[in-house]
Write a protein of this length. Structure first.
Length: 82
């Protein structure tokens, strides 16, 4: 999971700097704020992937998003990986 370290470091740094600018002590990033930012970024990335035609999206009865890869992309990736 080391590939996430720079991304998470940037989020924590930005949140701390925002608290400093707002003069909200203590100057720390709150776990819920970090998680909310990550979830927001993931939602945006998933929407972009749907728009780009990499993923298909549907919803279950409760409105929870369901994602799947497109068969054409799976075939493309199969040949690229070989």
């Amino acid at each position: 999971m080391k590939y996430l370290h720079p991304y998470l470091y940037e989020i924590v740094h930005d949140l701390v700097q925002q608290r400093v600018a707002d003069k909200k002590f203590p100057y720390v990033a709150i776990a819920n704020d970090v998680k909310a930012k990550v979830m927001s970024d993931v939602s945006i990335a998933l929407d972009e992937m749907v728009q780009d035609g990499l993923l298909a999206r549907s919803s279950n009865i409760n409105g929870i998003g369901l994602y799947r890869t497109l068969k054409e992309k799976e075939i493309e990736n199969y040949y690229v990986q070989r």
